[in-house]
Design a protein around this ligand. Structure first.
Ligand code: GAP
Length: 444
C-alpha cells in the first residue's frame, strides 16, 4: 500500500501525535511538538533503543550537556567543515541547498510547480556560498566572541570527550561502547518532509571503542545488529536496505560508512548511519585538549588510541518511520478502517476498556478493570458512542487490545478481548486479563 505523507501529517495532528511548533503564532519552520500520543511513541522507541544498548554488559550510558566548550567543535572539524552550499534566488529571494536542487521547487507563486533547476539554468541564482549549520549562542550576558558556544549538532562529541571519564569509572575493557540519547540542532537550509529533516531533533548514538585492526569486524557486526533492531520492532523488511557510502564519498575521517535506509513515500532516505570513524575523534580531542585519550591494555602492555565504530540513529526520524510503516488502510464491511499496526512494545496506548452499554452495572465493572490495568499498562477508558466506532478510534492510534464488558460479563465474569490487526475476539475471565496482556505485550 502506498502511504500518502499528507494523511500521516493530518492523522498526527488530529490524534495528538505531532503538532507544528508555536502553531498559534503561525508555526516555526523545522520544529515540531510531540502531543500526548506522540510523546508515548517517542519514549517507547527511545526506551527500546536504550534497553537494547545498555542491558549489554559492554555498553555504558551517559547524558552529556547540550552546550559544550567551543573548542570541541574546532577539534571535531564542525567549525570549519559542517557546512552546506547555499544559493539565493535573486528574483523571489527563496533560499536553496545548491546540492539538493533536484527536488526543490521555485519559490515564486507565479511559477508554481517549476523546478528550481530551471531557475538555476535561467541564471536567477547567486553563486553558492558555504553556510555553517551550527546554531550559535552566547554564554553570559555579553555577546562577545570569547563567550560563543554552539548548540550541539550531534550527540557524539559528548561521548568522545567523556571517553576517559567513563573508562575510569566503569572499568570497562576494550571493546566497549558508550550510548547516549539527546537533542541535536542543525540550522538546515531547507527543512522538509515532516520530521525527516528538522532543525531540532533527537539522536540515539552509540560509540563502540575497539582495538585498531579489529575495526572492520565490529563495523560489520554493528551494521547487522542495527538493521535487526528495526526489523524486530516491526519495520517491513522489504522497505529497508543498506546503502554503503562509496569510497570517494567517505567523510575525511571515515574508513567505511553505511546508511540504513527506509523507502519513504518520497523515496529512499537514511534513518541511521553506521560509521567506522577510525581514531580520528580521540586523536583530534587529544591534540586540542592536550589530554591523551588513550587506552592501556594490561594484558598486552600496549597503549593505543582506540578506533570507533559509531551507530547513529535519529529518534525523531525513526518515529516518523515507525508511524509511516505502521499506517494501514483497508475496507471492512464497506467502510474504510485505518489502523496503525505498531509493534505492541511501541504502541502509545496498550489497551482500551469499554462497557458495551452505559447501564446494568457494565460501566462500573469496566471502570474497575481500567483502574486496575492502568497501574501496569497505558490504558484508555471509553464509554462514548457505538462500540464499533470506539474500536475504530483505537485502531487509528494503534492500540493492540480492546476489552469489552457486556451482558455475559454479568453472568460469568468473562470479557471479550479484541486484537487490533485480525479484529478477532476471544473471551477470557476477568481475573486473567493482566496475565494475558503481560504475555502479549511484553514477550513479542
Ligand atoms: N554522529 C554522526 C551523525 O550525526 P548524521 O548522518 O549526520 O551522523 C545521524 O546523523 C542521524 O541523525 C541520521 O541518520 C538521521 O536519522 C538523524 N538526523 C540527522 N540530521 C537530521 C535532521 N536535520 N532532522 C532529523 N533527523 C536528522
Amino acid at each position: 500500500m502506498k502511504v500518502n505523507l499528507d494523511k500521516i501529517v493530518s492523522l498526527s495532528k488530529r490524534r495528538g501525535f505531532v503538532f507544528q511548533s508555536s502553531e498559534i503564532y503561525g508555526g516555526l519552520n523545522g520544529c515540531w511538538d510531540y502531543g500526548p500520543l506522540g510523546v508515548e511513541l517517542l519514549n517507547n522507541i527511545k526506551r527500546e533503543w536504550w534497553q537494547t544498548m545498555t542491558l549489554r554488559e559492554d555498553i555504558e550510558g551517559i547524558d552529556a550537556a547540550i552546550l559544550m566548550h567551543a573548542k570541541v567543535w574546532e577539534a571535531s572539524g564542525h567549525v570549519a567543515n559542517f557546512t552546506d552550499p547555499m544559493v539565493d534566488c535573486k528574483e523571489c529571494k527563496a533560499r536553496f541547498r545548491a546540492d539538493q536542487l533536484e527536488d526543490a521547487m521555485c519559490g515564486n507563486p507565479a511559477y508554481k510547480g517549476r523546478s528550481a533547476i530551471k531557475c538555476m539554468e535561467d541564471g536567477k541564482f547567486t553563486e553558492p556560498r558555504q553556510f555553517n549549520l551550527m546554531f550559535k549562542t552566547f554564554v553570559g550576558p555579553v555577546e562577545e566572541d570569547a563567550a560563543v558556544v554552539y548548540l550541539r549538532p550531534e550527540t557524539a562529541q559528548g561521548i568522545f570527550v567523556n571517553f576517559l571519564n567513563v573508562l575510569n569509572c566503569s572499568r570497562q575493557k576494550i571493546p566497549f561502547g558508550i550510548a547516549q540519547i539527546g537533542k541535536a540542532f542543525r540550522n538546515e537550509i531547507n527543512t522538509k518532509n515532516f520530521l525527516f529533516r528538522t532543525r531540532e531533533f533527537e539522536q540515539m548514538e552509540m560509540q563502540y571503542f575497539v582495538r585498531p585492526g579489529e575495526d572492520m569486524k565490529w563495523f560489520e557486526y554493528w551494521k547487522e545488529e542495527r538493521m535487526k533492531w528495526f526489523i524486530e520492532l516491526g519495520l517491513k523488511k522489504e522497505k529497508l536496505q543498506f546503502s554503503p557510502h562509496p569510497e570517494d564519498k567517505l567523510a575525511h575521517y571515515a574508513r567505511a560508512a553505511v546508511d540504513i535506509e527506509y523507502e519513504f513515500p518520497f523515496g529512499w532516505g537514511e534513518i541511521e548511519g553506521v560509521h567506522n570513524r577510525t581514531d580520528f575523534d580521540l586523536t583530534q580531542h587529544s591534540n586540542y585538549s592536550s589530554k591523551m585519550l588513550e587506552y592501556y591494555d594490561d594484558e598486552t602492555k600496549e597503549k593505543y588510541i582506540p578506533f570507533i565504530i559509531e551507530t547513529s540513529a535519529g529518534a525523531s526520524r525513526s518515529f516518523m518511520t515507525f508511524l509511516i510503516d505502521a499506517y494501514h488502510e483497508e475496507e471492512v464491511r464497506g467502510e474504510k478502517r485505518v489502523v496503525l499496526k505498531f509493534h505492541p512494545k511501541l504502541a502509545p496506548i496498550k489497551v482500551g476498556v469499554f462497557p458495551l452499554v452505559n447501564r446494568d452495572g457494565m460501566p462500573e465493572i469496566a471502570r474497575n478493570i481500567f483502574e486496575d490495568l492502568r497501574k501496569y499498562f497505558r490504558s484508555f477508558y471509553d464509554d462514548k458512542g457505538a462500540i464499533g466506532r470506539r474500536y475504530r478510534r483505537q485502531d487509528e492510534v494503534g492500540t493492540p487490545y480492546c476489552i469489552t464488558v457486556d451482558s455475559q460479563t454479568l453472568e460469568d465474569q468473562t470479557v471479550t478481548i479484541r486484537e487490533r490487526d485480525s479484529m478477532e475476539q476471544i473471551r477470557i475471565h476477568m481475573d486473567n486479563i493482566k496475565v494475558f496482556l503481560n504475555e502479549r505485550l511484553n514477550n513479542q
